[in-house]
Design a protein around this ligand. Structure first.
Ligand SMILES: N[C@@H](CCC[C@H](N)C(=O)O)C(=O)O
Length: 307
C-alpha cells in the first residue's frame, strides 16, 4: 500500500509560478488574476524556504484589485489600479509595500502580456500601502513611492533620532531615526564601512523603545556627494535587516528610508537625489517635498512548478 503524501506547498502545488528579483531582493510570483487562491502563511513559508522550497525573500500574488477586499477598497479612489500586488514576507506575514517587488511585479505583467506598457508609459498598481504609479524607461522602472513620514516628527528630526538600537557585532547602542513608507523602517548611521561590515544581522537587534509594528532596520554609511548631469547627488551604502525576512541583498522601501534619513541628518542644502548602494546593486532615490520615488531594475529568472 502506498501512503498518500500531501505537498507542503498546498494550493501552490502544480501551479506555474515565476521567480524574479530587483537588485537581488528576490520573489516568487504567483499568477492568480481572478483571486481564486486562499494562500496560507504556511504555504508562503514553504515556497520561500531556500533549502526545501523555491527560495525567496518574499512572495507576490499577482491578482486583479477587484478580486480581493483590499483591492476593492482601493478601486473606489483609484479606478485605474486594475492589478494588485499582494505581497507576503518569507515568514508569511503581510507587508504594506515592497519597492523592489512592485518593479518586478510590473515587469512580470508586461512579460506575461497582462498589460500593454510601452517604453515611457506608466501603470497604477494597488498595494496595501495605497496605489503606486510605476513608469518604465528601458530596463529600469521608476516607482512613485507616495508620501513618506518620520513618525517621531520634528523633535526626532531635530534630535537626529527617536530610537536607540543595539546591533550585535557593534560595540555601542546607536541612534536610529524612524521613517514610514508606509511600512516601518529604522535607519542607523554608522561612521565607516568597516563598522558596517562588522554588524551581525544574523542575530536580532534590540530597540528602545520597541517599534510597535516591528521594523525593517537599515544600517547606512554616507559616502559623500558628486555632480551628476548638472545635479548634486549623494551616495550612501546600506545593509538591511528586513522585518519578516532577515538580512536581504536589497530593500526598495529601505533605500528610500535610508536616503530620507541621511538627507535629514545632512540638514538644509542636502541633495534631493541619492544613489543607494546595496549588496545586490544600486538604486536611485529622489525626494520631492513629502513625496519620494525609486528607480531600479527588475529581472525575471525562472518558471517553476512546485510538486
Ligand atoms: N523588500 C521590500 C520590503 C518588504 C516588506 C518588509 N520586509 C516589511 O515587512 O515591511 C522592499 O523592497 O521594499
Amino acid at each position: 500500500m502506498t501512503a498518500a503524501t500531501t505537498s507542503r506547498f498546498g494550493v501552490l502545488t502544480g501551479r506555474s509560478l515565476v521567480t524574479g528579483h530587483g537588485t537581488e531582493n528576490d520573489f516568487v510570483l504567483v499568477p492568480d488574476p481572478d483571486g481564486t487562491l486562499a494562500l496560507t502563511a504556511a504555504e508562503v513559508v514553504a515556497a520561500c524556504d531556500r533549502h526545501t522550497g523555491i527560495g525567496a525573500d518574499g512572495l507576490i500574488r499577482v491578482v486583479r484589485s477587484r478580486a480581493l477586499p483590499e483591492g476593492q477598497a482601493l478601486l473606489a479612489d483609484e479606478p485605474a489600479a486594475e492589478w494588485f500586488m499582494d505581497y507576503r514576507n518569507a515568514d508569511g506575514s503581510l507587508a504594506e509595500m515592497c519597492g523592489n517587488g512592485v518593479r518586478v511585479f510590473v515587469h512580470y505583467l508586461r512579460e506575461a502580456g497582462l498589460v500593454e506598457l510601452p517604453d515611457g508609459a506608466g501603470i497604477v498598481v494597488g498595494t496595501r500601502g495605497g496605489a503606486r504609479r510605476v513608469t518604465v524607461a528601458g530596463e529600469r522602472y521608476t516607482v512613485e513611492m507616495g508620501t513618506w513620514a518620520m513618525p517621531g516628527g520634528l523633535p526626532a528630526v531635530e534630535a537626529g533620532y527617536d530610537v536607540v538600537v543595539s546591533v550585535p557585532g557593534l560595540e555601542e547602542p546607536r541612534a536610529g531615526l524612524r521613517v514610514t513608507l508606509p511600512n516601518p523602517h529604522t535607519v542607523v548611521a554608522l561612521p565607516d564601512e568597516t563598522t558596517l561590515d562588522a554588524a551581525d544581522l544574523a542575530h536580532a537587534p534590540t530597540y528602545d523603545p520597541v517599534p510597535p509594528e516591528g521594523t525593517n532596520l537599515e544600517l547606512v554609511v554616507p559616502l559623500g556627494e558628486d555632480r551628476l548631469d548638472g545635479e548634486t547627488v549623494g551616495t550612501v551604502r546600506m545593509r538591511v535587516l528586513e522585518r519578516g525576512v532577515g538580512e536581504t541583498r536589497s530593500c526598495g522601501t529601505g533605500t528610500c528610508a535610508a536616503a530620507l534619513a541621511v538627507r535629514a541628518w545632512a540638514g538644509a542644502g542636502a541633495p534631493d537625489t541619492w544613489r543607494v548602494l546595496v549588496p545586490g546593486g544600486e538604486v536611485l532615490v529622489r525626494v520631492a517635498g513629502d513625496q519620494v520615488s525609486l528607480t531600479g531594475p527588475a529581472v525575471l529568472t525562472a518558471d517553476v512548478t512546485p510538486r
